[in-house]
Design a protein around this ligand. Structure first.
Ligand code: SF4
Length: 399
């Protein structure tokens, strides 16, 4: 029987104006010359996948990056037209685009809104200029606020603001001010992430050479706790470890990841979950362009088994096998990130095995440690468990 379940699409735009000091995403500065070829390849990849997932309505689309708002409007219009030509959009689809202040104005937002984008995620990170400079962000705090106002002026009703806490030398008061100023803008959604030092970034180099202090984990925990209380007081629901929203304003696209459902991710380095596999496109944008063109010369047969489809997709260069033990662990770990937690009945329905049997020892231990709690057929992280979530997650992973 044909699969008619809704599908989600992630589209990775790998371009940035400047590489931020902390960023280890697959994004590149000074690669603007490749934009037209990249957009051609992305549209080709969309067309290549369409017959394989035919009949599945697309419920959410997420333009992530990188900095998708660096793509000139005609390119966004072309990608949206390709989507409409080859896919059926579900009723009321959620179509999000990540935008960075300094790369988009009111006209741009009006244009992408007219093209069908209906949700924005704006990378604020901080509302202090000194902190933005330290992060190598290209914009000031005033420009970030202006960008938000332009989004509203252009008619965007659903907006997320991204914030980062625990920056080197950032006092609690500065973080609190960032949150207060973000709240004054009344976005529908706020994401707050602790700064982490990722290998290969300029931040890692600076920390290693002692020119920047490493993040203070205890202070980050206090900042997180304070933000949780403040955002909840302001009427935001803490629905995922790092995400808060107004009621019914959760990011539907990201919920697909946390529910371990299926999505296709297109573009350099984008990671998919489809057909019982996790896989990723080649990281290099130039190779991506070349390999998508090769696939277009000998496209996969739409009826082929997932393994054969992936083998024919030349741009897919990394396929991770998904044995049942890993699928169960992924499902549990991702669900526990959500406040709704893991539905034990749904777990059994999906895998034919009771969570309590598969993870008897882990369950006993984490309940005893006060990291998990069980209520109404669901398993959730406790408040303490949220700060120590990785302690729970590593125990769930297969050996
Ligand atoms: S704008 Fe975003 S993706 Fe680009 S370098 Fe900065 S953090 Fe990374």
């Amino acid at each position: 029987m044909a699969n008619e379940a809704a599908l989600s699409l992630y589209l990775h735009v790998p371009f940035c104006s400047l590489k931020c000091s902390y960023c280890d995403f697959n994004s590149y500065a000074k690669l603007d010359d490749l934009v037209p070829e990249f957009v051609d390849a992305l549209c080709t990849e969309l067309a290549l996948w369409a017959p394989i997932v035919q009949g599945r309505p697309v419920a959410t689309v997420f333009f992530g990056g990188g900095t998708p708002s660096l793509l000139p409007l005609p390119h966004i219009e072309r990608i949206m037209a390709t989507l409409r030509e080859h896919y059926t959009l579900a009723d009321d689809p959620e179509i999000t685009l990540e935008a960075n202040p300094g790369t988009a104005d009111r006209d741009y937002f009006a244009g992408i809104g007219a093209a069908g984008v209906n949700r924005l995620s704006i990378g604020f990170q901080s509302l202090h200029d000194k902190e933005l400079v330290a992060l190598d962000r290209i914009h000031s705090a005033a420009e970030a606020v202006q960008c938000y106002r332009w989004a509203r002026d252009a008619g965007f009703r659903r907006v997320n603001l991204d914030l980062i806490y625990g920056l080197p030398g950032q006092p609690m008061a500065s973080w609190q001010e960032n949150v207060e100023r973000a709240l004054e803008l009344a976005p529908e959604h706020i994401s707050a992430y602790a700064l982490t030092v990722e290998d290969g970034t300029r931040l890692a180099y600076d920390v290693e050479h002692g020119t920047v202090p490493p993040p203070d984990g205890d202070l980050q925990a206090e900042m997180y706790e304070w933000a949780g209380r403040r955002l909840s007081k302001a009427g935001y629901q803490h629905y995922e470890i790092s995400n808060w929203s107004r009621p019914s304003e959760e990011c539907r696209h990201n919920l697909v990841y946390w529910r371990n459902e299926e999505w296709l991710a297109l573009g350099p380095g984008a990671h998919s979950h489809w057909g019982g596999h996790r896989f990723a496109d080649v990281y290099s944008p130039k190779q991506y362009v070349r390999l998508v063109a090769e696939t277009a010369e000998a496209p996969p047969t739409p009826e082929a088994a997932p393994d054969a489809v992936l083998a024919a997709m030349r741009q897919v260069t990394f396929v991770d096998p998904q044995p049942a033990a890993l699928q169960m662990a992924d499902t549990a770990i991702l669900a526990l990130r959500l406040n709704a937690g893991l539905d034990l009945g749904a777990f059994e329905g999906r895998f034919g095995r009771r969570f309590e049997d598969v993870y008897a020892e882990v369950l006993a231990e984490t309940l005893a440690l006060g990291l998990l709690e069980r209520e109404d057929g669901r398993l959730r992280l406790t408040d303490r468990g949220r700060y120590l979530a990785n302690e729970v997650f590593v125990r769930l992973l297969p050996e």
